[in-house]
Structures are given as structure tokens and as C-alpha cells.
Design a protein around this ligand. Structure first.
Ligand code: FAD
Length: 457
């Protein structure tokens, strides 16, 4: 058993990085540039054996321990101050089973790794909207993406996980074994152990119809009023999230729109071009769009469209809520705050979470808000640390204005550091069961650098 650093070094095949090492500064960085923490030790694991050794080392030395998948967490939950970071980024590997239509994904993969491996088979599963996000953190919180209306949340496509528990044991969780644990990891985050690999169901997805429709913000109220009905009855093959955004100065967009604040819908449809055109035409005919550019694109391209904009190291401040309705009063607040984006990269997205995601009961997985129609995320983003306060203030005031109209809790992966009450509000009546499962698998709350679920008393 590894008690000393030397013993740990001898026990693992991955890397062990300490503050004096040349690679330390690069290794301690997470995606959000606002987070600047200095762990005492970073273990880059390469396999489950490394994870067992690292977990034991952290536990037996009483170290605050953070688990890092893709490092994308807004509040920086993939790192910690003065403790141990167990980084899974070297644990890559994706195995597609084209016959069973499943994929086994090592926990250090990002979604781009999965898309790359599944696309040649003409298949995909629900992921997110950016290819550099970690499979692990996104999945464990729920997973909202372009395929949500058709194929549900990412956790609705999760078939099993392999995990290392707080006591160092290795287990598999699925509906057939350790089903309480499997229930908890589908939305309950990294509270219950380190996942070493995920097995997902795949669906036939290859070339999709993708692109934006943009309108001037003056038309945002009309667009949102139409959208709130439209997206509830549109075929589930059609996904389109609503956004306030600044058009980036990229050759992809006409020059006269560069740096203009607009509202828009970003479409991604798995239907044919003709069916997509027919289904989306009513929405795209509202008002006078500034740009309407939907066309065929390979799914991995769609997944990585925003990658070059949202590069690692930017300042991010997040706020989120779930909505079961979008009243005229809420729309008025959206228009007021969404029209005043503080920086080019700041944005507000309203993701539709109806369709297949709603066909799972709110108590069937830890993810609770199955009746929500929209998941809202407000993000203040900018490269310049001098603008950190500005983007934070805008984000909070936008959130405060809308929270009144929300259903209560939020998608935990879109939250910042709002504390225990907010975590409980997001899990609602699932929290008690989660706390009992936490007590069973992690009674000392070893895995606490997360949207934390306290072990039941
Ligand atoms: C640019 C950007 C785009 C995003 N887009 C989407 C989106 O489209 N849809 C969506 O649903 N979410 C999205 N998110 C939110 C995303 O789901 C969360 O940030 C998520 O936590 C990222 O996972 P990660 O592994 O990269 O993060 P990390 O920071 O590595 O980890 C996040 C949390 O998960 C835990 N964790 C990580 N790996 C493991 C593991 N193997 N076992 C146990 N616990 C683990 C960590 O301890 C931490 O608490 C986005 C985030 C960013 C920054």
C-alpha cells in the first residue's frame, strides 16, 4: 500500500507531478482561466491500477482529492488547492462494437475522441456541443447535446461504468449489478467513485443538417415566443437551441454581421435535408432573419464548430436554471439582458430538453428535472482576466432576473459554486436516496471536490 510518495511512484505506471517539476504549471491548469489552484501532487493515471493506488494514497494521507476528466468544469472541480489531483487525461481508448451498437470509452477521453471513433461506423451517442469537453464529467452530470430530443440525455444512453471506489475496490455498475450505484452516477456527478470507463448505446447518426438562423435582437421577443411552442412540437429529429451571441469575425459569417449582437437558433437535425427544411421552415420564417444557413455537415464537424472560439484558458463565469415554461415576462427579461452581452464570447443558451429526455421518469436516474422543457445556461466569457468582474456581474444579474421564473434547480454541470442548497434544489427528492448511496459507497466523503452530496447521517 502506498503511504509515501516513493511508494506511490513505484506503484503506478503513469506520471507523478509535483510543484518543483517543470511540467507542473501546465499540468495544474484547468480549462477555466479564472481558476488558479496549486495542488501538492498531480497523478496522471494510465489504468485502473494507477487509480486504485492514487485513491488509496489520497485517502490514507488525508488529502483533499480532486478527480479530473476533461478539466472543463466551470468552478474548476477538476483541481484543488494543496491536495491531490488524479488526472485521467492519459486514459484514452475507444472501442466500437458495430454489431451491438455500443461503444466503450476510457474515462480520459473527450467527446472529439468518441466522435472520431464512432463516425466511420455511421454512429453517435448524445454528447454536448463542444468536442473538447470531457466524456466523464459531462456524462456523470447528465449530458445535454444536439441529440437530446431524439435520443435523450447522455446518461439515458449509458449502459455501464467501471469504477474505483473510495476504499480502492474496482466495481462495475449497470442495471444488472450495483444498480443503486448505477442509478446514482446517472446525474449524481463524481460523488461515488472514479469512473475508469463508460459503455454507451450508439445510434445511426452520420451527416446531419446543421447551421444557424440569426435575427436582430429587436426581433428576439417574437422569435422566443414562436420558439417556445415550435420546439415542443417539432419532430424529435430536429434540434435547435436558442442563443444570444455576438457574431464572431470569422470568414464563415458575412462581414456586415461581424461583432453584431444577435439572437439565433443553432440547428442540428438528423432528418433528411427535405424533412429538415419542411420541419424548420415555420420557425425560420419568423420576422426577417439576418442569416439563415442550414446545410449538410458530418456530425464530428458539427461537434467541433465552436472549439476554435472556446479555447482553453479563457475566463468563464457560469449560472444556470431549468424552465418548465417561458412566459412573456421571462422573455422580456431575456431580451433585456441577452441584448447586452458584455464581451464577444459571452452568451446565453436555452437548450430544449423535451422529447426522449422526458420519457425517463424523474426518479429513474439521479438527474431530477425531467419535466423541464429548457435548460438555460448563461456564461460570461472573455480572454482578459481584467474583465472577470464585468462578465461575472453581467452573468449574475441576468440569472437573478430570470431565476424568478425558473423551476428551481439547475443542471449541475452548468453551475458554478452556488453551494449545498442549490445542489439539493437540483436533485430535489432524489437527494435523500443519493445521500444514502453516498453513505454506502463513500461514507467519509472522500470524493468531495464536486457538486457535493453529503453522506446520509
Ligand atoms: C466549453 C464548454 C462546453 C460545454 N458544453 C456542454 C454541453 O454541450 N452539454 C453538457 O451537458 N455540458 C456541457 N458543458 C459542461 C460540462 O458538462 C461540465 O463542465 C463537465 O463537468 C465537464 O466534464 P470534464 O470531465 O471535462 O470536467 P472535469 O473538470 O474534469 O470534471 C468535472 C467533474 O466531474 C468529476 N469527474 C471527472 N472525471 C471523473 C471520473 N472519471 N470519475 C468520477 N468523477 C469524475 C470531477 O471530479 C468534477 O467534479 C460544457 C463545458 C464547457 C467548458
Amino acid at each position: 500500500m502506498a503511504h509515501s510518495i516513493e511508494q506511490l511512484k513505484a506503484a503506478i505506471r503513469g506520471q507523478l507531478i509535483q510543484p518543483a517539476d517543470a511540467t507542473y504549471d501546465a499540468a495544474r491548469k484547468v480549462y477555466n482561466g479564472m481558476i488558479d489552484k496549486r495542488p501538492a501532487l498531480i497523478v496522471r493515471a494510465v489504468d485502473a491500477a494507477d487509480l486504485m493506488a492514487a485513491v488509496r494514497y489520497g485517502r490514507e494521507n488525508g488529502l483533499l482529492t480532486a478527480i479530473r476528466g476533461g478539466g472543463h468544469s466551470g468552478p474548476g472541480l477538476g483541481t484543488c488547492e494543496g491536495g491531490l489531483v488524479i488526472d485521467l487525461s492519459l486514459m484514452k481508448g475507444v472501442r466500437v462494437d458495430p454489431t451491438a451498437r455500443t461503444v466503450r470509452v476510457a474515462a480520459g477521453c473527450v467527446w472529439g475522441d468518441v466522435d472520431h471513433a464512432t463516425h466511420p461506423f455511421g454512429m453517435a451517442t448524445t454528447s454536448g456541443f463542444v468536442s473538447t469537453t470531457g466524456v466523464a464529467g459531462l456524462t456523470l452530470g447528465g449530458g445535454i447535446g444536439y441529440l437530446t430530443r431524439r435520443y435523450g440525455l447522455t446518461i439515458d444512453n449509458l449502459l455501464s461504468v467501471d469504477m474505483v471506489l473510495a476504499d480502492g475496490r474496482f466495481v462495475t455498475a449497470s442495471t444488472k449489478e450495483n444498480d443503486d450505484l448505477f442509478w446514482a452516477v446517472r446525474g449524481g456527478g463524481g460523488n461515488f467513485g472514479v469512473v475508469t470507463s463508460f459503455e454507451f448505446r450508439l445510434h445511426p447518426v452520420s451527416t446531419v443538417q446543421f447551421g444557424p438562423t440569426f435575427w436582430p435582437t429587436e426581433q428576439a421577443a417574437d422569435v422566443l415566443r414562436f420558439y417556445r411552442e415550435f420546439i415542443l412540437t417539432a419532430p424529435e429529429t430536429v434540434n435547435g437551441f436558442f442563443a444570444f451571441l455576438v457574431v464572431p469575425p470569422a470568414p464563415l459569417f458575412p462581414e456586415h454581421l461581424h461583432m453584431k449582437t444577435v439572437c439565433g437558433i443553432v440547428w442540428c437535425s438528423t432528418a433528411s435535408a427535405e424533412e429538415t427544411e419542411k420541419a424548420t421552415r415555420p420557425m425560420r420564417s419568423v420576422g426577417t432573419p439576418l442569416l439563415d444557413a442550414v446545410g449538410p455537415a458530418p456530425f464530428p464537424t458539427v461537434q467541433s464548430v465552436f472549439d476554435s472560439l472556446f479555447v482553453p484558458g479563457l475566463q468563464w463565469y457560469w449560472r444556470a436554471d431549468n424552465f418548465t415554461e417561458l412566459s412573456d415576462a421571462a422573455i422580456a427579461k431575456h431580451v433585456e439582458h441577452g441584448s447586452k452581452l458584455p464581451t464577444m464570447l459571452s452568451t446565453m443558451h436555452l437548450y430544449p430538453v423535451n422529447g426522449a429526455a422526458q420519457r425517463v421518469d424523474k426518479n429513474d436516474t439521479a438527474y431530477s428535472f425531467r419535466e423541464a422543457l429548457f435548460a438555460e445556461v448563461i456564461v460570461g466569457v472573455d480572454p482578459d482576466p481584467a474583465n472577470a468582474q464585468k462578465i461575472t456581474n453581467w452573468c449574475k444579474s441576468y440569472y437573478d432576473a430570470l431565476h424568478l421564473y425558473s423551476a428551481g434547480g439547475a443542471y449541475v454541470n452548468f453551475m458554478m459554486d452556488e453551494g449545498q442548497e442549490r445542489v439539493q434544489a437540483s436533485f430535489r427528492d432524489n437527494y435523500t436516496r443519493l445521500a444514502a448511496i453516498k453513505k454506502k459507497y463513500d461514507p467519509t466523503n472522500f470524493f468531495c471536490v464536486n457538486q457535493n452530496i453529503k453522506p446520509a447521517a
